[in-house]
Design a protein around this ligand. Structure first.
Ligand SMILES: Nc1ncnc2c1ncn2[C@@H]1O[C@H](COP(=O)(O)OP(=O)(O)OP(=O)(O)O)[C@@H](O)[C@H]1O
Ligand SMILES: [Mg+2]
Length: 462
């Protein structure tokens, strides 16, 4: 069994020796007669717990506590104090001491206090490793090489700690808003609860209210006989992610505001108030300030949603991320298409670096996916990428020829995924060529408009 380590810091030799003798059978003890010496050792290797005398010569115990908490905010410190020091004890507790013991020290009492404290870290460690596990299981790899995006990650780790503070994420299309929203969920105390995503743009206007807040049986014609829980209820004790929140109708905005203000709502046709605790994370690529000025978005709702605001910089603003992310996708799609992709050629990397990424990480992902699919060797070339120094040119090569196709190996292949990739590529390409005009793009592909829209939506192409 791993032994916990404890520092004993006291200038009285009898206390250092007494405590060491009493505890060394169970714990690893290091004793110090000054705070300075203990802090030096703490910096080298932090113990699990510190027993810290308040009345020390030189740096006193309260100052030492402040230092220790500076080095490691979650450090467990138990103060040792003479009875007269009551006032100082209060200030130590305010600084985050876990508990205190009064001299003369009764070993039995000390033992209980220490065990309680160590239970706290055991629990904390358990929760921490469970949370790490959830993070690993549920979050796709998030590449954060640039300082700009590392700052964002650091900030969200911090704000995620509160279970209910609303967070509004803003960023251009494809910058990773949805990924950041799930990172917030899995880093928050609600990580074991559900993460429920509402795409505010895709729910038809007249269904938003019932989808979000549910309804009672017979609430309207066509309503399910038994009534239905809404997405807000589904998100209880977890995270409610309102994607594309700028697309909410005025009615839905009003109802959402009421819910955020009061933490409760009625199902449609219901008479019972429903209380729900959940964290609302919302995201938009729209300029909500401009929408407020035009009267399209409620200012009061904006303030409620954006208690904390997170701005994700565009890929063009953090070019250091381009190559690492591209290499990550090279690996991902190499695996998916069963191709041994070794690298991106230096020339192709330069082209990636110089490209103007209006579609951000999603555009980069789609580009690498297509390039890996059509690549003929183990190196991704500038021709296969189909970009050259900031401009896009038409990919050459006849895809229907055997050479451009992924190879079928004895391990097999995922044909549905591969076909999806081809389709995604041509739909994007057609949209680009038609300047985003869907009916023209559909014509280019000899598809009817409805089929085109359906396929585009299915492949989540913007
Ligand atoms: N830093 C990153 N590392 C790895 N993959 C990323 C990163 N950022 C984004 N992605 C990937 O890029 C794609 C787009 O990300 P996401 O869907 O989160 O963007 P978004 O901002 O929500 O886009 P939209 O505004 O279009 O909804 C996803 O496949 C996501 O996994
Ligand atoms: Mg999104």
């Amino acid at each position: 069994m791993i032994k916990y380590t404890i520092f004993v810091v006291d200038d009285e030799e009898t206390i250092r020796e007494g405590v060491t003798m009493a505890l060394e059978g169970t714990y690893r003890i290091s004793a110090f007669s000054t705070a300075e010496a203990a802090i030096k050792a703490f910096k080298k290797e932090a113990p699990d717990l510190v027993l810290l005398d308040i009345g020390l010569p030189g740096m006193d115990g309260v100052q030492a506590l402040r230092e220790i908490k500076n080095i490691q905010p979650e450090a467990l410190v138990i103060m040792i104090t003479a009875f007269e020091d009551a006032k100082t004890v209060i200030s130590a507790m305010k600084l985050g001491a876990y508990d205190y013991v009064i001299k003369p020290i009764h070993m039995d009492g000390l033992d209980v206090t220490i065990r309680n404290a160590l239970d706290t870290i055991r629990l904390r460690k358990e929760v921490h490793s469970l949370q790490e596990h959830y993070l690993k299981e549920n979050l796709p790899c998030f590449i954060a090489e640039s300082n700009a995006i590392q700052d964002v990650m650091e900030f969200i780790s911090l704000v995620a700690k509160s279970p209910d503070t609303p967070i509004l994420i803003h960023g251009e299309t494809g910058t990773g808003k949805e990924l950041i929203a799930s990172a917030i969920h899995y880093r928050s105390p609600n990580f074991k609860g559900p993460l429920v995503t509402v795409n505010c743009a895709s729910i038809p206007k007249d269904l938003v209210e019932s989808e979000m807040f549910g309804y009672e049986k017979g609430a309207f014609s066509g309503a399910n006989l038994s009534g239905k829980r809404g997405l807000v209820e589904e998100a209880a004790d977890g995270t409610l992610f309102l994607d594309e929140v700028g697309d909410l109708s005025q009615e839905a905005q009003a109802k959402l505001l009421r819910f955020l203000e009061e933490g409760e709502f009625y199902r449609i046709g219901g008479t019972k108030k429903i209380h729900i605790k959940t964290r609302v994370v919302s995201a938009t690529n729209k300029n909500l300030d401009a929408m407020i000025a035009e009267g399209l978005f409620r200012k009061d709702l904006y303030f409620r949603l954006g208690v904390i605001k997170v701005d994700i910089p565009s890929l063009n603003e953090r070019k250091e991320d381009i190559i690492p992310i591209a290499r990550h996708f090279l690996y991902e799609f190499g695996k998916k298409f069963n191709k041994k992709m070794a690298k991106i050629t230096p020339q192709a990397e330069t082209a990636l670096y110089e490209h103007n990424w209006t579609g951000n990480v999603r555009e980069l992902r789609n580009l690498i996916e297509r390039a890996v699919l059509i690549s003929r060797g183990q190196e991704l070339t500038v021709d296969e990428l189909g970009i050259r120094s900031g401009t896009t040119f038409k990919a050459t090569g006849n895809l229907s020829s055997e050479r451009g196709m992924p190879r079928l190996t004895p391990e097999g292949m995922d044909i549905v995924n591969i076909l999806d990739s081809y389709e995604r590529h041509y739909i994007s390409e057609a949209l680009r060529m038609s300047g985003g005009n869907e009916s023209q793009a559909a014509k280019l592909l000899n598809m009817n408009h409805h089929t085109f829209r359906y396929r585009r939506k299915k492949l989540e192409l913007k």
